[in-house]
Design a protein around this ligand. Structure first.
Ligand SMILES: [Zn+2]
Length: 639
């Protein structure tokens, strides 16, 4: 009989003297002095009763007598193994999950075994999974929960180069879109095969763009359709991503991986396009920079929330993206140490461009050339190593970390663009570009746009609004959420641009501070200033809930207009038809059944709600009726 994996693991880790076992087992197979495998009851060596054995093992671990603990689901409830400051063993815990539980909640609970209050440091988790497509389902749900719990956020410094958990997350609205597209394709292989697969799908499926492409693509589609049907995925009624991943487990491993890779390729493309269009919600994003300072005379108060007295603050930040040569070397050294080989991978390191920078061709003998260093990005957790194309973070002296790209497209392109450089050869040139970045744009001292040009300048201004964001949310959202952007086809579209960011920066007093707020462009600042000064009062986030809040809100309106300097009620939403706060009005022209009852009735305008669509509404109290109605200007006549 083969020995149990658990016994093998214990043996490999040094036997029962080194390993605390917290399971429901009564005994185990151990090797005696002569190397024979013998059965031993677990309580014999510990000298305690069977009931207390897990507690004794836990104590041995917490005392530091045993440095490895193996804990099973059966024994895990109520046992804590964190690096508690009250016990001798305060080493940092490395928590390895050998088998992902079926539910994220369960996983969170397991993770909680080593992550509790009063600990000196948090544990490091390693979640193991097989490379089978279906098993990623669990990783996906687990990642989602961990993220909700704030275990990690996008752009978190610690997470930036480690495996970013968000790449496990496929059960999202983009996942659903990708899944729908996949099922659409597979539901009619005959038709689908008439259109060649896009490059990202070809790459994922390992299809080469040659004479055989059509045949191979059709073959895959046929096989995949059959596999999908065989596990009961209904191509007519598109279900959820979760259901799909669950069913995927039923396919043979090879097909499972192919279909999953296909799905991931579509998903990644969808996310890429969404990011480009500003539709992708990144969650809270960190502003990155080597140094971030609050500009002089900031923060500035934009407006005060009349209810709480908390100001809405505008921060201007000077974000220096530049990387000194010293910093570049530090980053490369750090990377070398973290590599398995202990040194940089062959393609990592400094590069110089073959052509000079545009605008700087005439400086010196050969012009000023661009420099960069590359650091290989961690492989995606879903990657198949043999076919994986590595990507590299491209760092520049003036702008820091820029795009991530494959090595081929970085160095080659149409004409060879970059060649490798030793650190010694890079040093002086790097430092010169680093210094230049402070004073001039990438186009050099003679840029035809003059000092206005900001391309490639090290320090960039970013604006943030913080403080009483919630009370002013309606106004902020109305003016900043969308921005007109020209599409490739020359059309104008409204694109979602608002982002919540956080940043660690140095204030005017030299002290470090952390800010969380809404990112805003300099045009946005002007727009918001204008809007705030033309609005009556900031609207409550939930209007019409508490009448007494409205009362307070109106009080704020009058105080802020007097603050504006001699402003009268005319700075309340100007309207040629005499519509203003306090005006008596008559309702007309409403077409809905509920609305028709109001036609002909009169009432008084209470306030203007800019957040209501389309383009704001008047909140009117109709005489003799409970509550208020939100009405458009076209349905109101001043009396
Ligand atoms: Zn320029």
């Amino acid at each position: 009989m083969p020995s149990s994996p658990l016994d093998n693991i214990i043996h490999e880790l040094g036997g029962p003297d080194a390993v605390a076992e917290l399971t429901g087992r009564k005994g185990r197979l151990v090797r005696d002095e002569e190397g024979r495998t013998v059965y031993k009851r677990r309580n014999v060596d510990l000298g305690c009763s069977m009931e207390r054995i897990n507690l004794a093992e836990k104590q041995a671990f917490m005392d530091g007598r045993k440095l490895v603990a193996i804990i099973s689901e059966a024994a895990s409830s109520g046992i804590s193994l964190q690096a508690d400051r009250r016990v001798p063993n305060t080493r940092k815990r490395l928590h390895i999950t050998l088998e992902l539980p079926w539910s994220a909640d369960q996983c969170i609970q397991q993770c909680g075994r080593t992550h509790r209050s009063n600990q000196i440091h948090g544990p490091e988790y390693q979640l193991f999974m097989t490379a089978c497509g279906g098993e990623r389902r669990f990783a996906s749900t687990v990642a989602k929960r961990l993220q909700q719990l704030g275990a990690i956020t996008k752009g978190d410094r610690r997470a930036a180069d480690a495996s970013d958990l968000s790449m496990f997350d496929v059960d999202t609205k983009w996942g659903k879109k990708a899944y729908d597209e996949l099922i659409e394709l597979l539901s009619n292989p005959l038709f689908s095969s008439t259109r060649p697969p896009p490059p990202y799908v070809r790459r994922a499926l390992g299809l080469k763009a040659n004479d055989e492409l059509h045949a191979r693509w059709k073959e895959y589609l046929d096989d995949a359709e059959e596999a999908v049907a065989s596990v009961g995925i209904n191509t007519d009624d598109k279900g959820s991503v979760k259901g799909f991943l669950n069913r995927l487990l039923g396919m043979c491993v090879k097909m499972q991986n192919k279909v999953f890779d296909h799905f991931m390729a579509i998903l990644e493309e969808k996310v890429r396009v969404a990011k480009q269009n500003g539709e992708f919600d990144d969650g809270v994003v960190d502003i990155r920079g080597e140094s971030v300072k609050v500009a002089a005379n900031f923060p500035r108060e934009m407006k005060k929330d009349p209810i709480s007295g908390v100001p809405l603050l505008h921060f201007k930040l000077d974000v220096d993206r530049g990387l000194s040569f010293k910093r570049a070397m530090e980053m490369l050294d750090e990377k070398a140490k973290s590599n398995e080989t202990g040194k940089l991978y062959p393609r990592e390191g400094f590069y110089v461009s073959k052509r000079p920078l545009i605008g700087r061709e005439k400086e010196g003998a050969n012009g000023v050339k661009a420099l960069a260093f590359l650091i290989q990005r961690p492989m995606s957790a879903f990657a198949v190593p043999s076919t994986y194309i590595h990507t590299y973070g491209i760092h520049r002296p003036n702008t820091g970390l820029g795009a991530t790209d494959s090595f081929e497209s970085f160095t080659e392109g149409i004409t060879p663009r970059f060649s490798k450089l030793t650190p010694e050869a890079a040093k002086d040139k790097w430092e010169a570009l680093y210094r230049d970045g402070l004073r001039m744009c990438s186009h050099g001292p003679n840029c035809k746009h003059g000092s206005r040009c900001t391309v490639g300048k090290r320090v960039q201004q970013q604006h943030l609004i913080c403080g009483a964001v919630i009370p002013f949310w309606a106004v902020i959202k109305e003016h900043l959420e969308y921005q007109k952007k020209g599409g490739r086809d020359g059309s104008l579209q409204m694109v979602k641009v608002m982002r919540i960011v956080r940043v660690r920066c140095v204030g005017a007093d030299g002290r470090e501070q952390r800010l969380v707020g809404v990112e805003i462009s300099d045009k946005g600042v002007a727009k918001l200033d204008a809007a705030l000064n033309n609005q009556p009062a900031p609207q409550d986030v939930k209007p019409d809930v508490k009448p007494d809040l409205h009362q307070l809100g109106r009080g704020g309106a009058s105080s802020s207009s007097s603050h504006g300097g001699g402003a009268s009620s005319s700075d309340v939403k100007p309207d040629v038809r005499g519509l203003r706060v306090g005006a008596h009005v008559k309702v007309h022209g409403l077409a809905t059944d509920a609305g028709k009852k109001l036609n002909g009735k009169s009432g008084k305008i209470e306030r203007w709600d800019a957040a209501m669509q389309p383009s704001g509404r008047w909140i009117v109290r109709i005489n003799g009726q409970q509550g208020t109605n939100a009405l458009q200007a076209k349905n109101l006549g001043a009396l």
